[in-house]
Design a protein around this ligand. Sequence first.
Ligand SMILES: Cc1cc2nc3c(=O)[nH]c(=O)nc-3n(C[C@H](O)[C@H](O)[C@H](O)COP(=O)(O)O)c2cc1C
Length: 212
Amino acid sequence: MHYLEQLNWRYATKRYNGEPVPETKLQNILEAIKLAPSSLGLQPFEVLVIEDPELREKLAPAAYNQPAITESGALLVFTVWKNITNDQVDAYIDQMARIRQVPVESLDGFKNMILANTEGKSAADLFQWNARQAYIALGYATAAAALEKIDSTPMEGFNPEKVNEILGLDENGTSAVLLLALGFRDEEKDPLAKLPKVRREVSLRELSFNMN
Ligand SMILES: Cc1cc2nc3c(=O)[nH]c(=O)nc-3n(C[C@H](O)[C@H](O)[C@H](O)COP(=O)(O)O)c2cc1C
């Protein structure tokens, strides 16, 4: 199987058949999210996995009752740090020192580089920066799901304030930026299931410079 076949197979699924996502596949998709690159390696987001039907019923009105919220097998909520605190930077530096078995002080230069990027920026700017990292992870998640033959629906169509309130996110300084439904398509009910993809060619230009 070539991965491009699977990327053609995936589509933003509108209707699911309710089957749960097998645990190993779900874990593999979460692992792919973990492996996504992020600016400075900070991973400034968390992913909540919601399988509980009652909680998803509660969330549905906050996402314009998109059927994927309740009909899919699992719902991932990408939540983003609303800020970047010195404690979060310290925790990252400590983890790096531990994993790479180097003294924490040897990472002072790197730590100062991170702080130079975060200090003086408004919380709103840091939030937007953090959100961009979550979108990269979303890309990894949709591609990984396709390779696992799991359907997915990325969703920005929801009210973050309402989702934050239902999930109690405000209290821990995070905010929902993206939802990702995972599961198995219902081909009978989903009018998009058999439609061909609509894509422009991405224009690629090769530039060559003659230095003489
Ligand atoms: C960031 C993002 C947000 C999206 N939000 C929604 C959404 O709220 N509801 C939905 O049904 N599809 C949503 N989509 C899916 C897009 O509409 C879909 O990817 C696009 O039309 C291309 O179609 P395809 O992915 O099926 O090939 C979203 C996609 C992305 C990447």
